[in-house]
Write a protein that binds this ligand. Structure first.
Ligand code: SAM
Length: 291
């Protein structure tokens, strides 16, 4: 009896000593459709017995990834925004250079427009520019014109300060993360049994008016939503868990129709920034996790 207790205690001590400590960090970007609001309830949707590897194929600002990443296993993140993915890669491989560059940028209107019109060649400069514009622009929305040039105006965030410690922590988390510039449907290449895939696509339709949400460079079409439902089917066939967020709209509910758990969540929309039209939007969360 005593031997068992001692053995159990020793086992816990060995696990504690060999499990790397979880690095605490948060998104380093503002991102339209970001899922920070979901974090307080995320436990309700996670698999009861945990999961192996984590995958997020619409990473954006990565609110859920930075919350859930596990130091003891690899994560996979990807997105179809190339500048975004290059920035993640640069923070992974060259964080000191990015920070050094970022420290030279001043948060003034003149500097903002100078940097906005610059066309840097070096990767660390491009990454610093991306982070700088994201943090000091009007609302952090990623919007480019037809020539692919970022065209969001200056944000007058006078007291804003870059959180360099957080960017260093992000870099540490990314050491254990595979980063890919790719369409979401490639996610299944790496998914294995008991993995968790969090899917947060751009919303094709809004709940109230059936209108298109405008924050994406390319609209995520209804056909993309059908493709996504097929990807989810593949994830399930691989024996993995998924959590999908989407607009609470009848068309969307029909496309992802299954016997999986469906939750409707109401919240205030922040899309469009301080002065944009706001309202209560309903979103859905669908998952095959068991609690
Ligand atoms: C709603 S945002 C994700 C926000 C993220 N969950 C967060 O917390 O910041 C959707 C993301 O999907 C990306 N995206 C759009 N179409 C895509 C596609 N076909 N494959 C992969 N990513 C795509 C966009 O670039 C955008 O970053």
């Amino acid at each position: 009896m005593l031997n068992n207790a001692i053995f159990g205690l020793l086992r816990i001590l060995v696990i504690m000593a060999t499990t790397p400590e979880k690095i605490i960090c948060k998104p380093f970007l503002r991102w339209a459709g970001g899922k920070r609001w979901l974090l307080k309830d995320i436990e309700n949707y996670l698999p009861r017995n945990g999961f192996n590897q984590y995958h997020e194929p619409f990473i954006g600002g990565g609110a859920v990834f930075f919350h859930l990443h596990q130091s003891e296993s690899i994560s996979f993140i990807s997105d179809l925004n190339q500048e975004l993915i290059e920035t993640y890669c640069c923070i992974k491989y060259d964080v000191e250079a990015v920070i050094k560059e970022l420290k030279q940028f001043k948060n003034t209107k003149e500097e903002y427009y100078k940097i906005r019109s610059s066309n840097y060649r070096k990767d660390f400069k491009k990454a610093a520019r991306f982070i700088y514009l994201n943090q000091t622009s009007f609302n952090g929305i990623y919007r480019v014109n037809l020539k692919g040039e970022y065209n969001v105006p200056y944000g007058y965030r006078d007291n804003y300060e870059f959180d360099f410690d957080n960017i260093v922590a992000v870099s540490k988390v990314l050491q254990n993360t595979r980063i890919n510039y790719s369409d979401f449907d490639t996610v299944t290449k790496n998914v294995k049994q008991n993995d968790l895939v969090f899917l947060d696509p751009p919303y094709t339709v809004t709940h109230n008016n059936n209108g298109f949400i405008q924050y994406n460079q390319k609209i995520f079409s209804l056909e993309d939503q059908y493709r996504l439902s097929r990807t989810i089917q593949e994830i399930k066939e691989l024996g993995a868990y998924y959590i999908l967020t989407n607009a609470a709209h009848e068309t969307i509910k029909d496309i992802f129709n299954s016997n999986d758990r469906l939750f409707e969540v109401k919240r205030s929309s922040m899309v469009g920034g301080k002065y944009a039209k706001r309202g209560k939007y309903a979103e859905i969360i669908i998952t095959n996790t068991i609690r």
